[in-house]
Design a protein around this ligand. Structure first.
Ligand code: SIN
Ligand code: FE2
Length: 213
């Protein structure tokens, strides 16, 4: 399909204090990124994790990096071993790391050095309820979040769960970076609307890069 916007230059949209959306920042690398998601998932497959409260998450997840985000009956933890395969998680692919480096720099966080990348896969109806990313021990480092495939509504609030929410549509190639004063801001994804994207068919993927230690 002819994509009239494929070469569109990225632009920057402020989101909150310490948080920006780098629109289309990952567009040029999208095909490589998706191929590497598939390579990671061939080793550590997507799975729907069960929360400590016994709820099966609608988003399917896997990880790459030195550690990966998982759940068990006690809580949430970063583990070097994939509990599904009993192997180490796959390494962070070079194209992932290059994108995360470039995006964190563009957002004003030049020293970001992620050791984990959570990969989320949203099918129609899948959502991520409002939460804080607070399982990382080092909160000086930002979160870098890459959206691929179908669009989704991202909610971004404040330090309190009931702070007012901004709602922004995240599209294929968009990268959100939040850190500093907004590092612990509540955020979530509304249920994915069904659709077909030329790069990912019925899915939305999201990569979140984190420095956990
Ligand atoms: C997350 O909060 O971990 C992911 C957000 C997203 O899917 O955009
Ligand atoms: Fe999150």
């Amino acid at each position: 399909m002819l994509d009239l916007f494929a070469d569109e230059a990225p632009w920057l949209e402020p989101l909150a204090d310490g948080a920006v959306i780098l629109r289309r920042f990952a567009s040029a690398d999208a095909r490589l990124l998706i191929a590497q998601i598939e390579a990671v998932a061939a080793l550590s497959p997507f799975r729907q994790m069960v929360t400590p409260g016994g709820y099966t998450m609608s988003v399917a997840m896997t990880n790459c990096g030195e550690v990966g985000w998982t759940t068990n009956t006690h809580g949430y933890l970063y583990s070097p071993i994939d509990p599904l395969t009993s192997q180490h998680w796959p390494a962070i692919p070079t194209v992932f790391r290059q994108l995360s480096d470039a995006a964190s720099k563009a957002a004003g966080y030049p020293d970001f050095n992620p050791d984990a990348c959570l990969i989320n896969r949203y099918a129609p109806g899948a959502k991520l309820s409002l939460h804080q990313d607070k399982d990382e021990l080092n909160l000086q480092q930002p979160i870098v979040s890459v959206s691929l495939g179908l669009p989704a509504v991202f909610q971004f609030g404040g330090l309190k769960r009931n702070d007012p929410l901004k709602r922004v549509m995240l599209e294929h190639g968009d990268v959100v970076v939040w850190g500093g004063p907004s590092r612990l801001f509540y955020h979530g994804i509304l249920p994915l609307k069904p659709g077909h994207h030329p790069a990912t068919d019925e899915f939305r993927y999201n990569l979140t890069f984190r420095h956990t230690r």
